[in-house]
Design a protein. Sequence first.
Length: 238
Amino acid sequence: MASIKDAFEESFHDHHALTKYFIFAIPVYYCVDLYSKNDSTFWAVCAAVFILLFGFMIKCTSNVRNGKNYVLPSLNIFSMFWAGIKGLVALGPIIAVCSWAAFYICSFLSGYFTDPNSMKVWYFIVWGLFASFMLTGYLCYARRFKISDAYNLKTISNSSVDVFAGVLFMIPQILIVNAIIAGPITYIIWLFFGIPHPIAVFFWSMCLILNLSITGHYLAQIDYEAIATDEKEKDRII
């Protein structure tokens, strides 16, 4: 069973982990600073940082899924940026199609269900279904970085429910980890410096990078449990 404890420990104790979290927190902090100043370059910088961090997370998933003895990628920013661009290009179509389909179906259902609570249930079911397709496509792609893997319809149909269930189980666990790790330090910063404060913002930026690493690690575990059966059979035959 996927373990948030393993994901946290291996992400936190990885080689030069704190140094990498510190370095990758710098662009996140810069984005927050630009936003606070209403700088016109915010959206352009934010897009670049998003691509960088997506590349970071997808490499974490790939490293764990492929049995590497490390979780975090190297400090080669260009490699991560390229991984982020390629990942978005690979997964863009499935994200766009699934999002459009979810919006369309929810709009269609809203004409038949007038009760807000009933509609919320249907929103969750519909978006959960299509989110599971997108997550499974992400995991299929992250293993070998082959675009065609993200559109393996047989794997997506067979494994998407298990993947989505694993992600739902991950969410409360990662919230608890954040409450235990970030909560006390945030409280100390609040006592001495107040909030918001640059120190607090930078600490939260580092926490974001840690969360991406933990998420990437946990998703790789879900991949191994939910998707790996057919792949193992193929590897055994080869």
